[in-house]
Design a protein around this ligand. Structure first.
Ligand code: NDP
Length: 245
């Protein structure tokens, strides 16, 4: 067996930028072969894989829209044929399309729910089937503080992230006796492209630590949850939010 097939394997959706990028680099440094999913930004994805390799790690890119069942199905079938043992799945891909609910279009609603929840379904189901066969694995999904408290202008996003929490808790209890753990990380405000239009200075006032978080501060928690150090943790939602309640 070559070294790469002996490595633990982690799939990270939306791994080309922001929090996903930091998770990819953290997991690669922890020794995982990283499968980096992204939707459109080829240059950003290539930069992350280059960085993984220059840090001495290994990985590959897989480009598809997680919310597109046909695309995701074909890509996952190919991946899982080549790499049937998956140790960690990180459902990180997510988008926002903010609007007040009464102004919110069906497209704004569907795109956010689709990326988060259909994406979760399309990725998690095939991976869990493999994990079940090998009787081990960890799934971590990136929700948000918005899934725990409603944010004005984010009914679609809050609904999607709350749904992610509910689905993860259900599946955690279904698979708890199978050595498969399912957890959620709920970040507060994290410095990425996603928040470039957010009123950061105003929001800082409601963060007890008085600052926004760094992608790496989420990534280390994800890496911990995927590791054997978290062997008795399942069905949990871990906040990474500078002390927001
Ligand atoms: P970014 O916008 O910086 O990055 C999003 C990533 O997701 C990109 O790699 C993008 O790929 C990918 N992506 C988006 N849609 C799809 C799709 N349909 N299929 C596959 N990949 C997709 O976001 P963040 O890093 O800020 O957010 C990452 C996660 O963390 C999201 O789930 C977000 O909701 C959550 N989060 C973020 C917070 C923040 O303050 N930043 C706070 C709380 C939660 P590409 O560039 O190719 O489109």
């Amino acid at each position: 067996m070559s070294e790469s097939t002996e490595k633990r394997v982690a799939i990270v959706t939306g791994g080309s930028r922001g929090i996903g990028r930091a998770i990819v680099l953290e997991m690669a440094r922890a020794g995982y072969y990283v499968v980096i999913n992204y939707r459109s930004n080829d240059a950003a994805a290539a930069e992350v894989l280059d960085r993984v390799r220059s840090d001495g790690g290994e990985g590959e890119l897989i480009k598809f829209d997680v919310s597109d069942t046909a695309q995701a199905g074909a890509a996952m079938e190919d991946l899982l044929t080549r790499r049937p043992v998956i140790d960690a799945l990180v459902n990180n891909a997510g988008i926002t399309a903010d609007n007040l609910f009464l102004m919110m279009s069906e497209t704004e609603w569907d795109s956010v729910i689709g990326t988060t929840l259909k994406g979760f379904y399309n990725m998690t189901k095939p991976v869990l089937k493999k994990m079940l066969r090998h009787k081990r694995g960890s799934v971590v999904s990136i929700a948000s503080v918005a899934g725990l408290v409603g944010n004005k202008g984010q009914a679609n996003y809050s609904a999607a992230k709350a749904g992610l929490i509910g689905a993860s808790r259900s599946i955690a209890s279904e698979l708890a006796r199978k050595n498969i753990r399912v957890n959620v990380v709920a970040p507060g405000l994290i410095e990425t492209d996603m928040i470039k239009d957010a009123p950061v200075e105003m929001i800082k006032n409601v963060i007890p630590m008085g600052r926004i978080g760094k992608p790496e501060e989420v990534a280390t928690v994800v890496r911990f949850l995927c590791s054997d150090d978290a062997s008795y943790i399942t069905g949990q939602v871990i906040g990474v939010n500078g002390g927001m309640m």
